[in-house]
Design a protein around this ligand. Structure first.
Ligand code: TXA
Ligand code: MG
Length: 328
């Protein structure tokens, strides 16, 4: 059921979490499907609902630095803790830090590894829910595995219907793509396992040392989110620049543009413009929403713009390459 984020409904969701149930809540990135991170049976329900492979670990959401530290192994190296403190300045916000895990975290959350991904989300409803329940909440994106991450409560409902008892409605998410995942497992070599709007440059500035971007080949095994098949709509998706539109003459094509006024000579069935002037934060904020909307139109093909793979563009192109791989 989709519910408004009133104090009463947030308390209802918190009570369900305490009882070992799964609820969905908004974060600033995408909606999460949450359960008590310290309960293996509760987290099991997340995997069952999503059809998620047990090899893919869950991010644990917390309300405070103190709660975050309670999830880190007591023997965590000093250098790792130092980086952790420097990077916690991005919290609440769209950054997940992968740290050596405390023994209390069940194996199912970390996919049997000894690392845990932690973040303090920025959305007021997420924070209220974390405070009301006062338990760390394990939450992947609230979509069936391999489908697009939800940016509205309705998207969550479209994925799970009534099998998720409460979906707190926080409106459209503002960031629109998932958090940056940064591993601090090797403190001499921090690694971005998944790019996001907290960029490599921003992280390097905060810690004063170089940060590595794990590519799919290197990252495999470290973070299953790096596997190429992810974030895909059902309709075939291609980059506009790689598409010979004339060979699709009889087909219904939708176009997702990053700025105004391009390719309007072609008779697209539908056009969505994500930004007036190629503002990449705006493109990221609207990207999944646009893919969901286009996917619902029964098109033969969706074509989309590209951007430079730097800054926020790194994260946008990461998601698009993954969505497009499925059809290449
Ligand atoms: O913005 C987000 O991160 C959203 C919201 C709900 O917080 N969550 C999200 O979760 O995108 P999910 O499960 O869809 O993606 C989590 C990513 C995956 O790529 C996963 O492999 C990686 O984070 N991850 C989580 N825990 C990890 C760990 N212990 N070690 C390595 N990678 C981890
Ligand atoms: Mg996901």
């Amino acid at each position: 059921m989709i519910l408004s984020p009133s104090d009463e409904n947030i308390q209802k969701a918190a009570d369900l979490l305490s009882l070992g149930e799964v609820v969905s809540f908004p974060t600033e990135t995408v909606y999460g499907l949450g359960a008590n991170a310290l309960s293996a049976p509760a987290c099991n329900k997340i995997f069952a609902l999503k059809g998620r492979p047990a090899s893919n670990p869950l991010i644990v959401h917390v309300h405070s630095l103190t709660q975050a530290k309670s999830l880190v192994h007591p023997a965590c190296p000093e250098k790792t803790l130092e980086l952790f403190s420097q990077l916690a300045t991005f919290w609440p916000g769209p950054l997940t830090l992968v740290m050596p895990k405390a023994p209390a975290i069940p194996d199912i959350v970390t996919a049997g590894t000894n690392s845990v991904g932690i973040r303090i989300p920025q959305h007021p409803t997420a924070l209220k829910l974390l405070y009301a329940s006062n338990i760390p909440i394990a939450a992947p994106s609230a979509n069936i595995s391999n489908y697009i991450s939800p940016t509205t409560a309705q998207h969550v409902y479209d994925n799970f219907g009534e099998s998720v008892p409460v979906i707190l409605d926080g409106g459209n998410t503002s960031v629109g793509i998932e958090s940056t995942v940064l591993s601090l497992r090797d403190p001499s070599m921090p690694r971005i396992l998944r790019p996001g709007v907290i960029t490599k440059q921003m992280i390097e500035e905060a810690i004063g040392m170089p940060v590595y971007l794990a590519d799919a080949a290197q990252g495999r095994g470290q973070s299953p989110g790096l596997l190429p098949l992810h974030y895909a709509p059902h309709t075939e998706l291609r980059f506009l620049a790689d598409t010979d539109l004339d060979s699709y003459i009889r087909e219904k094509i939708g176009y997702i543009a990053f700025s105004e006024g391009k390719h309007l000579e072609y008779d697209f069935h539908s056009i969505m413009v994500l930004s007036h002037n190629n503002n990449l934060s705006e493109v990221a904020a609207k990207l999944y929403h646009a893919l969901q909307e286009m996917d619902a139109l029964g098109l033969d093909l969706i074509v989309i713009d590209q951007c430079l793979e730097s800054g926020v563009g790194e994260a946008i192109m990461d998601r698009l390459h993954k969505a497009i791989k499925r059809y290449s």
